[in-house]
Design a protein around this ligand. Structure first.
Ligand SMILES: *Cc1c(COP(=O)(O)O)cnc(C)c1O
Length: 392
C-alpha cells in the first residue's frame, strides 16, 4: 500500500507526520533511519543509487527536505547547519553591487550578516519600516535583487503584508524572501502569498525542543533552487543526519505544539495588558493591536511570542528577570519550555542603540517565548516577577 508522502490532498497535520516518509524499503522501519555514512558505494563506474558523498546528499537530510517542502508548499527545500547558514546561502546568490531592501526590525543575526559580512563584499542594504508600503516603494531601485521580510518581526512582533510587498517588489524585478521562523508554516505560508523563498531557523519552532541548531530554505522557483543546491554543496553548510532526524521528529508535533503555544500566548498577552507594572504589550492577536486584521488575513493564529515593556526601565527589568523561576532567562524561542530574554542586551546587542530604539527595542523591553507548560503556572510565575519590579 502506498503511503501518503507529499501528496497535496493531505492536510497539514497529516503531512507533518508523513510527508517524504514512506517506511524504509529495506527494513520496513516506520521512522526514517539515521544514515550516518559520509560516502556511498558506486555499483560500478557511473552508477550509484542517488547518493555519492554526504555533503552533496544524505538520505536522512533528503527526507527532512521533502517534508519541509511539503509543509511550506514549495517544490524544493534545503537544510543547513543553522538558520544563519541558510540565510547566508541565499545571500551567496547575490553579486557585488546588488541592492537588498530589508525590514528594519529584523533578527539581529540577519542584520549582522548583511551589515558586517555581505556589506564589505559589495552588497548594499537599505533598512526600511515595511509596515508602511510607501517605504518599500521608495527603497526599491533598478539594482534591487532581494527584498527581505520578517513577519511577525523580532522582537516587536509587527506584521508586514507579505502579499502586498511581494507584488510591489516583483513589479520592480526583485526576488522576495520571507523569514518564517516566528510563524512557522503551521500559521503562515509565504509562498502562497507570493514570496519566492522562505527561510527558517529550525532551531526554533520547527525542531521545537531546543536541542538542534538548524536552518532551511524552501522555494518553488526552479532556477533559484538549482543555484541554492549548488551553493549548499559548494559552500557545505549542511545539516547533519542526526539533527535532520531530530527535526523530522519535532515536525510531527508542530501543528499540536503551535496550537498550544498560540492559545497560551493569546491568553497571557491579554492578561499582561491589564497589569499595572506593564507599560505596553506587543502581540498581534490583541484587540488593541492596530495590525490585528492584517495578521488575521495572512496568519491562521497569532503565534507564541509576546513582547512587553516593563515600567521602571533597566532596574525594574533586572528585578523582573531575576525573579522568574519557571521562565528561563535565555536567548532563542520556540521550544517546549518557556524562555524570556532582554533584546537590548541579548539578541539585539549587536544592533546600534539608536537603530534599535528607533524600532522600539528600549531598555524596558522583554521578549517572552511562551512554552507548553500549564498556563496557570506560567501566569503565577509572572505575577511573582512583576510584583518584584515594584521593589526595584
Ligand atoms: C534564530 C533566528 C535566526 C537564526 O537562526 P540560527 O539557527 O540561530 O542560526 C534567523 N531568523 C530568526 C527570525 C531567528 O529567530
Amino acid at each position: 500500500m502506498a503511503k501518503p508522502t507529499s501528496d497535496r490532498r493531505w492536510a497539514f497535520d497529516t503531512l507533518a507526520i508523513h510527508a517524504g516518509q514512506a517506511p524504509d524499503p529495506q527494513s520496513g522501519a516506520v521512522m526514517p533511519p539515521i544514515v550516518l555514512a559520509s560516502t556511498f558505494a558506486h555499483e560500478r563506474l557511473g552508477a550509484h543509487r542517488g547518493f555519492e558523498y554526504g555533503r552533496t546528499g544524505n538520505p536522512t537530510r533528503n527526507t527532512l527536505e521533502a517534508c519541509l517542502a511539503a509543509l511550506e508548499g514549495g517544490s524544493e527545500a534545503l537544510a543547513f547547519g543553522s538558520g544563519c547558514a541558510a540565510i547566508t546561502a541565499l545571500l551567496q546568490t547575490l553579486r557585488p553591487g546588488d541592492h537588498v531592501v530589508a525590514c528594519d526590525d529584523v533578527y539581529g543575526g540577519t542584520f549582522r550578516l548583511l551589515d558586517k559580512v555581505f556589506g564589505p563584499l559589495g552588497v548594499v542594504t537599505s533598512w526600511v519600516d515595511m509596515t508602511d508600503l510607501d517605504n518599500v516603494r521608495a527603497a526599491l531601485r533598478d539594482d534591487t535583487a532581494l527584498v527581505w521580510i520578517e513577519t511577525p518581526t523580532n522582537p516587536m512582533l509587527r506584521i508586514i503584508d507579505i502579499a502586498a510587498v511581494a507584488k510591489i517588489s516583483h513589479a520592480a524585478g526583485a526576488l522576495v524572501g520571507v523569514d518564517n521562523t516566528f510563524a512557522t508554516p503551521a500559521l503562515q505560508r509565504p509562498l502562497k502569498l507570493g514570496a519566492d523563498v522562505v527561510a527558517h531557523s529550525m532551531t526554533k519552532y520547527l525542531n521545537g525542543h531546543s536541542d538542534v541548531i538548524g536552518g532551511a530554505l524552501i522555494t518553488s522557483d526552479e532556477p533559484l533552487a538549482e543555484r541554492l543546491r549548488f551553493i549548499q554543496n559548494a559552500a557545505g553548510a549542511v545539516l547533519s543526519p542526526f539533527d535532520s532526524f531530530l527535526v523530522l521528529r519535532g515536525l510531527k508535533t508542530l501543528p499540536l505544539r503551535m496550537e498550544r503555544h498560540c492559545a497560551s500566548a493569546a491568553s497571557l498577552a491579554a492578561w499582561l495588558e491589564g497589569r499595572p507594572e506593564v507599560e505596553r504589550v506587543f502581540y498581534p492577536g490583541l484587540p488593541s493591536n492596530p495590525q490585528r486584521a492584517l495578521a488575521a488575513r495572512q496568519m491562521s493564529a497569532f503565534g507564541g511570542m509576546i513582547s512587553a515593556v516593563i515600567r521602571g526601565g533597566l532596574p525594574a527589568v533586572e528585578a523582573f528577570l531575576g525573579s522568574v523561576e519557571l521562565f528561563t532567562l535565555a536567548e532563542s524561542l520556540g521550544g517546549v519550555e518557556s524562555l524570556i530574554e532582554h533584546p537590548a542586551t541579548m539578541t539585539h546587542g549587536s544592533v546600534p542603540r539608536a537603530q534599535r530604539e528607533a524600532v522600539g527595542v528600549v531598555d524596558g523591553l522583554v521578549r517572552i517565548s511562551v512554552g507548553l507548560e500549564r498556563e496557570a503556572d506560567l501566569r503565577a510565575d509572572l505575577v511573582r516577577a512583576l510584583e518584584a519590579t515594584a521593589l526595584a
